[in-house]
Design a protein around this ligand. Structure first.
Ligand SMILES: NC(=O)c1ccc[n+]([C@@H]2O[C@H](COP(=O)([O-])OP(=O)(O)OC[C@H]3O[C@@H](n4cnc5c(N)ncnc54)[C@H](OP(=O)(O)O)[C@@H]3O)[C@@H](O)[C@H]2O)c1
Length: 176
């Protein structure tokens, strides 16, 4: 934390996430102790806003009983929808939901239905997958990863796509 501030030349970090669970799923249990430490650093003025990552809905509620949070970063994409209810609950509270592995991470999304919708829209499947996330809920903030400028351009194009009810219904059936 102090090293980060020094290396970045900042007096305070805008947002710090407490990363809680394993590689791709939460580990249930109390997060009070580590989250209280972050809340203290916020009170000292070193962190402006708090978030949490790879957490259950119960851990979100526990964090909120200690200090306000502005974002939750969990594993979610159109084929992996464990957090559907959590996303809706956070949206109602104006809290951002930041899906990691939005394109499937180490196992990139592959689906005939995604291909069909992408072909119909003249877009790439990944751009459609990102457009689906943006249309899923207004509190979703995207952080897709890529090492390729061409992929970056494709992914940014996803922000301009509008999915029809027919597109959404096909894409929603992927996880069903
Ligand atoms: N909080 C946590 O616990 C946690 C855990 C995991 C990840 N994250 C964060 O979440 C963010 C996203 O994660 P991620 O990058 O691992 O997963 P991701 O965004 O789902 O997928 C990235 C993969 O998709 C490929 N890709 C990207 N755009 C593509 C395109 N247009 N066409 C084809 N392939 C494409 C990338 O390959 P190319 O490089 O070839 O484009 C890369 O292999 C990162 O910032 C990461 O640090 C957080």
């Amino acid at each position: 934390m102090y090293d980060n501030l020094e290396h970045l030349g900042l007096d305070a970090l805008d947002v710090v996430n407490l990363r809680v669970g394993g590689f791709d799923s939460p580990t249930p249990g109390s997060i009070a102790e580590p989250f209280t430490v972050l809340a203290q650093l916020q009170q000292e003025g070193l962190i402006k806003h708090l978030g949490i990552s790879t957490v259950t809905a119960e851990q979100v509620a526990e964090a909120q009983s200690i200090a306000p949070i502005v974002c939750v970063q969990n594993f979610y994409n159109l084929a992996h929808r464990v957090d559907d209810d959590l996303i809706d609950s956070l949206a109602a509270q104006n809290i951002a939901y930041v899906p990691y592995f939005p394109l499937g991470g180490f196992s990139p999304l592959q689906s005939d239905k995604l291909e069909v919708v992408a072909t119909r829209l003249g877009a790439t499947p990944m751009a459609v997958a990102l457009a689906w996330l943006l249309q899923r809920s207004p509190n979703i903030l995207l952080i897709p990863g890529t090492s390729s400028v061409a992929h970056l351009r494709e992914n940014i194009a996803g922000a301009a796509l509008t999915l029809s009810e027919e597109d959404l219904s096909e894409l929603n059936s992927i996880a069903a």
